[in-house]
Design a protein around this ligand. Sequence first.
Ligand SMILES: *Cc1c(COP(=O)(O)O)cnc(C)c1O
Length: 235
Amino acid sequence: MNDPDAAQEGPIPSGLRERLALVRGRVAEAAASAGREPGDITTIVVTKFHPVSLIEELHSLGVHDVGENRHQEAQAKAAALASLGLTWHFVGQVQGKKARQVRAYAQVIHSVDRVSLADALRSEESTVDCFVQVNLTDDPARGGAQPQDLDGLVERVQATEGLRLLGLMAVAPLGVEPRRAFGRVRELGERARLTAPGATFLSMGMSQDYPEAIREGATHLRIGTAITGNRPVLG
Ligand SMILES: *Cc1c(COP(=O)(O)O)cnc(C)c1O
């Protein structure tokens, strides 16, 4: 266990405050070793399956960005915590018929993965930030557009009223060196910028691989269990 990139080394602390501090420290360390400003990196705490009380606790510890991946759960939590002024990131798959509802509470949608979803998110009244999700596996169930469909999708999002494209989002596939996967996302992001010059952000890096993601230019980390502890098992 002397991999300098290992996200978890040593015992994992037991409290939320301690785990958050540990992750913040490692984000700062990885940023420094990559010659990057920690302030250019947003850590989103993914709180799926956890109760509203945990999000309140995170808020009291200075967390502003939270992520959820299931619409009904996210909608209920965002409504219950509306007074906190949190930024809600939706990181799960979005059904076309729920698109407008997700848009109503999420400030950032990380998972735009098809032209029909971009169309369903169109609005003349307001603008929502979004990422186009890339699927780095051959399994369509994983969510995300295949790399060969990316150009067309980026173009469509860019042309859609009410959407502001921030960049690309991806999950490193199992069994692939995370750093290689993230390097690929970085290259795809550079390519997307030929069509969408403002799409300069990269949403990548989770509990097990965020230091590698930072090295490849991640600007938005989506970190769950390393901060929240294990997710409660439901049903
Ligand atoms: C759950 C989830 C995360 C966080 O995963 P951890 O391994 O708990 O850090 C990040 N991104 C997406 C899309 C998720 O669904």
